[in-house]
Design a protein around this ligand. Structure first.
Ligand code: NAP
Length: 286
């Protein structure tokens, strides 16, 4: 079997076009959606991520502000900036790019963002809302994965067994909660899982979110399963690759996401969706 590709680039393009149309309608009502992206320090990967996010905003007609600060910025100074953005009516979403320099407490900064503007979905209030099924911002990466499943007709996952590899607060855990909310039976695996292959072989859907190459190989996949690869790694030639042995697994899976061109573009698209929805909510509550 050769798996069909879930084209994250194409789906992200379509999602961004929908966002652009809705953003134009909001702008016409005097409520142009706005995103503030805050970068502290000069981490090269973070610089690329924030540039891509700001560019995506511009293309979708979303007002964006990129605030760049020196790595010597203090925690108190950053908290003061977050507070100012919380109170800025032109800003509907605040994203503080992680990781922050070591002397700043990531958790404290994320918790300082107003949950109403937490478009990354990392605030404890957002995680709690997801857990209990209330409205709140969903973490962009797993949210994008859910949209990829929907794009292949897998919206209600009743009767499906989903295995998530990874239990981070930003990917694995919210992913598991979203799959559960869509009625899947969910297993979460991590570095303490005794027999990962025995788990993944039972899965109709596998989401790999580990950050290690070849965590999922062909012998670990049930024929016809859907494989979503969140991982971002570099291969021996320095090229971007995922957690999944793509060439091997595509011969067994029914559907597979590529890296690059899979989950990555959808993550940015969902950030725009969350920012837009924040602006729409603020208009309703005005
Ligand atoms: P993380 O915080 O490092 O979490 C990795 C998880 O993988 C942990 O739960 C860890 O288990 C588990 N793990 C490690 N080795 C394992 C093994 N051999 N078998 C099973 N589980 C194992 O990473 P993250 O932030 O969730 O990100 C995961 C990957 O996704 C990274 O490559 C990251 O770059 C990528 N990512 C991509 C996007 C995107 O937009 N495409 C967005 C976010 C993240 P323990 O909890 O037991 O340590």
């Amino acid at each position: 079997m050769t798996a069909q590709l879930i084209d994250g680039l194409a789906l992200a393009k379509q999602t961004r076009a929908d966002v652009a149309a809705r953003a134009a309608a909001l702008t016409a009502q005097g409520r142009r959606p706005g995103l503030a992206v805050v970068l502290v320090g000069d981490n090269p990967a973070s610089q690329v991520y924030v540039r891509n996010k700001v560019k995506a905003c511009e293309e979708a007609g979303i007002h964006s502000v990129l605030e760049k600060y020196d790595a010597s910025m203090t925690e108190a100074e950053l908290l003061a900036r977050v507070d100012a953005l919380n109170n800025d009516p032109t800003i509907h979403g605040i994203l503080v790019q992680l990781p922050l320099p070591k002397h700043i407490d990531d958790h404290k900064v994320i918790e300082a963002i107003s949950p109403a503007k937490d478009v990354d979905g990392f605030h404890v209030a957002s995680a709690g809302a997801l857990m209990v099924g209330e409205a709140g911002f969903k973490a962009c990466t797993p949210y994008g994965c859910m949209k990829m499943l929907e794009s292949i007709g897998m919206k209600d996952l009743k009767g499906k067994h989903a295995v998530v590899i990874g239990r981070s607060n930003i990917v694995g855990k919210p992913m598991a909660m979203m799959l559960l909310a869509a009625n899947a039976t969910v297993t979460i695996c991590h570095s303490g899982t005794a027999d990962l292959a025995a788990m993944t072989r039972q899965a109709d859907i596998v989401v790999a979110a580990v950050g290690k190459r070849n965590v999922l190989t062909a012998d670990m996949v049930k024929p016809g399963a859907v494989v979503i690869d969140v991982g971002m790694n570099r291969n021996d030639e320095g090229k971007l690759c995922g957690d999944v042995d793509f060439d091997g697994v595509k011969e067994v899976a029914g559907w597979i996401t590529p890296v690059p061109g899979g989950v990555g573009p959808m993550t940015i698209a969902m950030l725009l969706v969350n920012t837009l929805e924040s602006a729409e909510r603020s208009l309703k509550s005005a």
